[in-house]
Ligand binder design. Structure first.
Ligand SMILES: Cc1cc2nc3c(=O)[nH]c(=O)nc-3n(C[C@H](O)[C@H](O)[C@H](O)COP(=O)(O)OP(=O)(O)OC[C@H]3O[C@@H](n4cnc5c(N)ncnc54)[C@H](O)[C@@H]3O)c2cc1C
Length: 441
């Protein structure tokens, strides 16, 4: 008898948990296939620490074959879903086309960098959604400080020592907070203690506070830590134009810089809107059991899915790892139920708070709604990340210990170049290679 086949597309927070829960529930009674462009799950919340040189890049990855026994990994990127033929079409890393027939499909392709129609941004800014971008940024920042040298500084050097982050959500706030500590350490090595001055970091947002989507108490903590460190926080401010020489702000100020980091948010992976099913702002509309209405064989979860939020009637769950991993687990459970293993359940999750690592020993956090700041928040944040990672914990903890004990390593390998990590990409998890096929949208 032919076994049913479940295809999970995407191995991020949602897809990883879906595949894991499916293989545990079905125990070989159906084939579970996981289609993903890389052979690892990427723990995105620790990406700012890769850009700041605290963690080596492989630390924030977790091997899929090692952690998902019983799941068949297919390396590739889906580019079309044929709903009538129940087939996913994909391209593998060596540009060979393939297809996978399915009896059940779980779409968990996540999100990509959000663009805004600001002149010059697509050409001169870099996003922060994948490992290649974090690697590029670490090298680029190191290179700028090294090229500027120990001083005295020319206008060009001042521009090199100026870093602009757009978007003060949790990603932009962490990048600015950790980046400032990183460049201070690099600059001290260049010019000796106290000489040359601190590099300039600017964090700007159109909103009236940092972390605008989070509890005001977290905003106040993050704002205070950033300002104490010398980060220039510009609220109610946006970018009018980006050029090779710098950034024109809507306040009229022109900031000379060679670094524009674009953290204005994410949008659902464009694959989803091409499927031909109803979407809500690019996210696939699903019922509370994560199934697509009228398509009992298709499920979706995570950033790519518009899941009704029972805690805020009329709204959809926010794009966070907290929701994505729980939705993934439930999607696995409900797909198994649709194959006769157990009963379907609706999605319901109450927010457990948020953790924003500000570097050093500091963080702003409100686990279970309890506001924390300073070293206690820092310890809770790191403990949470270790517990939440599905693997590689000892290596991450070892890097943190090394970082506490030794000066940060300041070499740039230069393996990821600016052109290989364009802001406008449907595949932020892959660096473009000459002649390669990584798609741009
Ligand atoms: C820098 C950063 C820090 C963050 N920090 C936090 C935090 O502290 N707390 C929090 O709750 N949230 C955080 N988030 C948000 C959180 O990471 C996302 O909400 C979460 O990753 C969504 O999970 P997902 O499974 O939907 O997507 P992802 O985790 O992005 O996974 C999507 C997967 O699909 C794959 N994929 C994409 N397209 C295709 C395709 N066409 N074919 C096959 N596979 C494909 C990708 O390679 C990836 O493996 C952060 C995000 C970023 C970028």
């Amino acid at each position: 008898m032919n076994r049913s086949r479940v295809v999970v597309v995407g191995a991020g927070f949602a897809g990883f948990q879906a595949a894991r829960s499916l293989s545990r529930t079905l125990r070989g009674e159906a084939e579970v296939v996981l289609l993903n462009p890389t052979d690892y799950f990427l723990y995105l919340p620790l990406l700012p620490q890769v850009a700041a040189g605290i963690l080596e890049p492989r630390r924030v990855t977790v091997s899929l074959p090692d952690t998902l026994p019983g799941v068949r990994l297919v390396l590739g990127e889906a580019d079309r879903v044929d709903l009538e033929g129940r087939t996913v079409h994909y391209t593998d890393p060596e540009d060979v086309r393939g297809e996978l027939r399915y009896d059940r499909l779980v779409l968990a392709v996540g999100s990509v960098n959000k663009l805004l129609p600001v002149p010059g941004v697509a050409e001169h800014a870099h996003g922060f959604r994948g490992l290649p971008e974090a690697l590029y940024l670490r090298d680029h920042i190191t290179r700028q400080i090294e090229l500027a040298g120990p001083g005295p500084f020319t206008e060009e050097d001042v521009a090199r020592r100026t870093f602009v982050v757009v978007g003060a959500g949790y990603t932009g706030t962490e990048v600015a907070a950790q980046g400032q500590l990183f460049t201070n350490a690099l600059a001290r090595k260049q010019s000796g203690q106290g000489v040359g001055g601190r590099p300039r970091w600017i964090l700007l947002d159109i909103a009236d506070r940092v972390l605008p989507e989070l509890d005001r108490r977290l905003s106040r903590t993050a704002d205070r830590v950033l300002r104490e460190r010398g980060v220039q926080v510009c609220t109610n401010t946006s970018v009018r134009e980006a050029t090779h020489d710098g950034v024109q702000l809507d306040t009229g100020e022109f900031v000379p810089t060679r670094t524009l980091i674009w953290c204005v948010g994410v949008r659902p992976d464009p694959l989803v809107s091409g499927v031909g099913l109803p979407v809500e702002r690019g996210r696939l509309l699903v019922e509370r059991d994560l199934g697509v209405p009228g398509r009992p064989e298709v499920f979706a979860c995570g950033d790519a899915a518009a899941v009704p939020d029972v805690t805020r009637p009329g709204e959809y769950t926010p794009m966070t790892a907290q929701h994505a991993s729980r939705q993934g687990k439930l999607a696995g459970h409900n797909v198994a139920a649709s194959l006769g293993h157990g009963e379907k359940r609706p999605y319901e999750h109450h927010d457990l708070g948020f953790l924003v690592d500000l570097g050093g020993v500091k963080a702003a956090a409100n686990p279970l709604g309890i506001p924390l700041s300073g070293p206690l928040a820092g310890a809770v944040t790191r403990g949470y990340h270790l517990a939440a990672m599905p693997g590689n914990r000892v290596r991450v903890a070892a890097d943190w210990l090394l970082d506490a004990a030794l000066p940060r390593q300041s070499v740039q390998l230069g393996l990821v170049r600016s052109w290989s990590v364009p802001l406008d990409s449907a595949s932020p998890e892959l660096a473009r290679v000459p002649g390669g096929s990584s798609k741009e949208h």
